[in-house]
Design a protein around this ligand. Structure first.
Ligand SMILES: NC(=O)c1ccc[n+]([C@@H]2O[C@H](COP(=O)([O-])OP(=O)(O)OC[C@H]3O[C@@H](n4cnc5c(N)ncnc54)[C@H](O)[C@@H]3O)[C@@H](O)[C@H]2O)c1
Length: 256
């Protein structure tokens, strides 16, 4: 019997990168997955990949910054996949999108998923929520997307991203405490730099790849599958006594 047999999960931002890897990993461990993304084609592609590997998945378009859409996505997961046991609030954007948009997607988007997801899971007897935070939820960033050269100082975009991700860690702790008595565990993952489309622009700047690698004591960037593995653990009963943490999966980035 696989670790997530019989479970149903909603993954936001499932159309690319870490979210796609999460959907595939959860499915490989037995879960049925609702793949939700503002990019509907991306979500459908992920669901097709899951199906190709023998898993059960559905896809839908979702803008996590819209509260009503998040509520509807949670309900649609129950309606289409027969239940809901896990919510992975993973959708996110880079800070270059400006303060309002970055906060709306990266912080409010997670808040709506927590507010309505924790309530729904509690009403159904419990479950697990995993938020994708960042090392930027634990420490400030020393390299950002908008830096024209590695010698430039931090920019406001990085500030919005860091503020949103620190907020995600705070929300994770608060909802973990509030919903613990209802059997809902709430955790966050704090990835270091991961090789996904989100970081492609940063990595393309000359010298940036080596610089970013040097920030991670393990000497390389992470892979989406390495974040997905941590997510599957946190969703599973192997993490039954873990709630309210922001787990760094960062090659040692925050260890120094
Ligand atoms: N890649 C990294 O280095 C890294 C590091 C730490 C944290 N993260 C976080 O991991 C998460 C996933 O990032 P990724 O690297 O896979 O990026 P990505 O760009 O590959 O994937 C993000 C996905 O989110 C979707 N999305 C964007 N706005 C949305 C919205 N309003 N509603 C629904 N979906 C939306 C995009 O369409 C995309 O499919 C983000 O929260 C990001 O902040 C990434």
């Amino acid at each position: 019997m696989a670790r997530l047999d019989g479970k149903v999960a909603l993954v936001t931002g499932a159309g690319s990168g870490i979210g796609r890897a999460m959907a595939e990993r959860l499915s490989s461990e037995g879960a049925a997955v609702m793949c939700a993304d503002i990019n509907e084609e991306g979500a459908q592609h992920t669901a097709a990949l899951v199906s190709e590997h023998g898993g059960r998945a559905a896809a839908m378009q979702l803008d996590v910054s819209a509260e009503e859409q998040v509520k509807a996505a949670l309900q649609r997961t129950v309606d289409e996949l027969g239940g809901i046991d896990a919510v992975l609030n993973n959708a996110g954007i880079g800070g270059a999108n400006g303060w309002d948009t970055t906060i709306a997607v990266n912080l409010s988007g997670v808040y709506w998923g927590l507010l309505h997801g924790a309530q729904l899971l509690a009403e159904r007897g419990g479950g697990s929520i995993v938020n994708t935070a960042s090392i930027a939820g634990l420490v400030g960033l020393v390299a950002t997307q908008q830096r024209p050269s590695l010698a430039e100082p931090l920019t406001p975009g990085a500030g919005a991203y860091v503020a949103a991700k620190h907020g995600v860690v705070g929300l994770t702790r608060q909802f973990a405490i509030t919903y613990a008595r209802y059997g809902v565990r709430v955790n966050a993952i704090s990835p270091g730099y991961i090789e996904t489309p989100m970081t492609a622009g940063i990595r393309d700047v000359e010298g940036a790849q080596a610089f970013l690698e040097s920030l991670h004591p393990l000497g390389r960037l992470g892979k989406p599958e390495e974040i997905a593995a941590a997510a599957a653990f946190l969703v599973s009963d192997d993490a039954s006594f873990i709630t309210g943490i922001a787990l760094p999966v960062d090659g040692g980035y925050t260890a120094r």
